[in-house]
Ligand binder design. Structure first.
Ligand SMILES: [Zn+2]
Length: 436
């Protein structure tokens, strides 16, 4: 047994190093080489693979161990693309995949080639052992998560739904071990806020800047509107995930948002920081664009507002609130996108699998549900198939604050110990959900 564990640790480390050495910076992505590497690795273990590509350079890989009968299906989801790395900011080659002091360095180590490698090793090792799942065990490594231009999960769910339809899904998004009030918890994300940025276009009338009286300056008119958006304190509400998180940590189910913050602060500042953005929508004006010339008074001013909605809230509700804040005026609102904002049930066999693994891997620790403030590809599967999707890739060797600082940043790296922990969890999840 010890030999097998040591082998898997080495296997996941080497596979991750190889994946990092394939530059899949998106744009342009070029994920096909990563998909082919995974296919070669998995086929050696006897796992059948299929590449699905909207254009040849941007393939998604779907691998599967077919189920014996009509048991539930479980899909390990991940993406092979990464964000840009500026080598001058790094103290290692971002595409070198170097192993240094027990950590694998490189772009994507945390987001999320580490999990790609762990998922591949989990399914490959199960296949080698002759694992016969009740329902299909599927591994899907998609292209184009970071930009979402329509080559990855969204397209796969629509164009090849039968290949990726699943009852349960494990994805990125959470899994960090945190210590709160002297106890250890592993965060498991069961829902996500919606990313719903919009454009506020303020209208005026142009004119020469030397004669401001004849014009109506859209930039000046935008100023109080921007201020009103920035000053607005959105109404707080309690979502089920926050209730459950606070109850898990404190033993007391909160009854109001105020109580949540008080309870959270009583346990740890980290907990208060985590739940605060989960109590309301957010509105953050981030970009403004008016005249292109110093001496021309602008007829329009465009303000881009980043906005995140609680799961279940719609963009219509958002726009109504924003109109209430701005009042009547010469402006219009345009929704720029609406992604995420979905949730899965918390009491499910997948939760039980997470819970049982945590108890064994880290006696005394507990899983705790969380809604993540960002969004992942999970929502495509929830929307298309009603899939129960959780973000869970356990990590305990690297503190959550360190990981948060390294994702999409310089010197991204992952401890080998956490890769091994991930493989152990994924194997456990497949065995416990698909064995009966
Ligand atoms: Zn990611």
């Amino acid at each position: 047994m010890a030999v097998e564990v040591a082998t898997l640790r080495q296997e996941v480390t080497e596979l991750l190093q190889e994946l990092i050495r394939i530059d899949t910076t998106n744009p342009p992505g070029n994920e096909t080489r990563a998909a082919e590497l995974l296919r070669d690795y998995l086929e050696d273990a006897g796992v059948s693979c299929e590449l699905y590509a909207k254009i040849p350079e941007r393939a998604n890989l779907v691998a599967r161990i077919p189920g014996r009968g009509d048991g539930p299906t479980l899909l390990f989801l991940s993406h092979t693309d990464v964000v840009l790395a500026d080598a001058s900011e790094w103290s290692a080659d971002p595409f070198g995949g170097e192993l240094r002091d027990g950590e694998v360095w490189g772009r994507g180590a945390l987001d999320m080639k580490g999990q790609v490698a762990a998922e591949a090793v989990a399914i490959a090792s199960l296949a080698r052992e002759g694992f016969e799942p009740a329902g299909d065990l599927i591994f899907c490594a998609t292209a184009d998560e970071e930009v979402g231009a329509g080559f990855g999960a969204a397209w796969l769910c629509e164009a090849h739904g039968d290949a990726v339809r699943c009852d349960y899904l494990i994805n990125e998004g959470s899994g960090d071990r945190v210590e709160l009030g002297g106890n250890a918890y592993y965060l498991c994300s069961v829902s996500e806020k919606m990313s719903a940025p919009f454009r506020l276009r303020v209208h005026g009338r142009s004119g020469h800047a030397s004669m401001p009286g004849i014009a109506d300056n859209a930039l000046v008119k935008a100023a109080p509107l921007i201020e009103a958006l920035g000053a607005h304190k959105p109404e707080q509400q309690l979502i089920p995930e926050v209730e459950a998180l606070i109850e898990t940590v404190t033993g007391v189910r909160p009854t109001s948002p105020d109580e949540v913050l008080a309870q959270a602060r009583g346990v740890a500042p980290l907990l208060a920081e985590m739940v605060e953005p989960l109590l309301s929508m957010t509105l953050s004006p981030t970009m403004a664009n008016a005249s292109q010339k110093r001496n021309v008074i602008p007829a329009t001013c465009d303000v881009t507002v980043d906005s995140r909605l609680l799961p279940g809230m719609t963009t219509n509700e958002q726009q109504e609130i924003v109109r209430g804040i701005l009042g009547d005026g010469d402006y219009e609102l345009t929704s720029l996108e609406a992604h995420g904002g979905t949730r899965s049930e918390m009491r499910t066999p997948l939760w039980d699998a997470v819970s049982a693994w945590v108890e064994t891997a880290d006696p005394g620790a507990k899983p705790a549900p969380i809604c993540v403030a960002g969004f992942t590809d999970s929502h495509w599967f929830r929307e298309a198939f009603g899939t129960v999707a959780y973000g869970f890739f356990p990590s305990r060797a690297m503190p959550i604050e360190t990981a948060a600082r390294l994702i999409h940043s310089a010197d991204e790296r992952v401890p080998v110990e956490d890769l091994e922990l991930g493989v152990s969890f994924l194997r456990h999840a497949a065995q416990s959900l698909l064995s009966s």
